[in-house]
Design a protein around this ligand. Structure first.
Ligand SMILES: C[S@@+](CC[C@H](N)C(=O)[O-])C[C@H]1O[C@@H](n2cnc3c(N)ncnc32)[C@H](O)[C@@H]1O
Length: 208
């Protein structure tokens, strides 16, 4: 798939799946293949400061996470950023693409190896227990709201970051994110801008 078509495909898939998550099973094999093919060149494609808004949101977390999940981790930069910022956190980076996960494992600095692991997993059906994490982060990744809500502990934080704001191929507007999250009991929305990127943080309600 050429780059322009790939970007268009990513946008169409994102819009369709956010509207109708059951369509994911149609798009999943194509998406996996697209990112398997992109994995060897992914780090060269990334723009300078691509995680600026993600980092800005991490900086604003009200408390340090102890168990964090970076969904759609790609070659692992988001997971690594969490681990570097929060020295007591255990971090999982999960991705659908085996080739992305292999590259993330290769790149992981030795000093983080005990606290960061990378796994092949689909964000629409995660192999983790309910409330397994107190931070679920996404950088340029399609959100699956029911699953992220299930694996996030009460009082935990969810983060969405888009490296090029609305120009990012995989992008969901803050208003749409709020429309999905508010009925699920999320509060304390905060929005960020840094470099060319935007991000949103929200807090899952405490257990009532
Ligand atoms: C645009 S890339 C972003 C990678 C990384 N977060 C970054 O910002 O550099 C999207 C990543 O999400 C992965 N992905 C897409 N859908 C997924 C799903 N349902 N579950 C897990 N990973 C998924 C892709 O394989 C790809 O690596």
């Amino acid at each position: 798939m050429n780059v322009a078509i790939g970007r268009k495909f990513a946008r169409v898939t994102t819009d369709a799946v956010v509207r109708a998550p059951r369509l994911w099973r149609v798009f999943r094999p194509l998406m996996r293949r697209q990112f398997d093919e992109l994995a060897p060149e992914w780090d060269a494609i990334l723009s300078e400061g691509h995680l600026a808004s993600y980092e800005r949101a991490l900086e604003s977390l009200p408390s340090p996470p102890r168990r964090a999940l970076d969904l759609g981790t790609g070659t692992g930069d988001g997971a690594t950023a969490i681990a570097r910022r929060f020295p007591d956190a255990g971090v999982v980076g999960a991705d659908l693409s085996g080739a992305m996960v292999a590259r993330a494992r290769q790149k992981l600095p030795t000093e983080l190896a005990g606290r960061v692991r990378f796994e092949i997993a689909d964000a629409s059906a995660l192999p983790y227990e309910d409330w397994a994490f107190d931070l679920v982060a996404h950088a340029n990744m399609i959100p699956f709201f029911d699953e992220l809500d299930r694996v996030l502990a009460p009082g935990g934080q969810v983060l969405f970051a888009w490296s090029s704001g609305p120009e990012t191929p995989i992008y969901v507007s803050s208003s749409r994110l709020r429309r999905e999250l508010e009925p699920r009991g999320f509060t304390d929305f905060a929005e960020f801008e840094a470099g060319a990127g935007t991000a949103l943080l929200a807090r899952k309600a405490d257990r009532s």
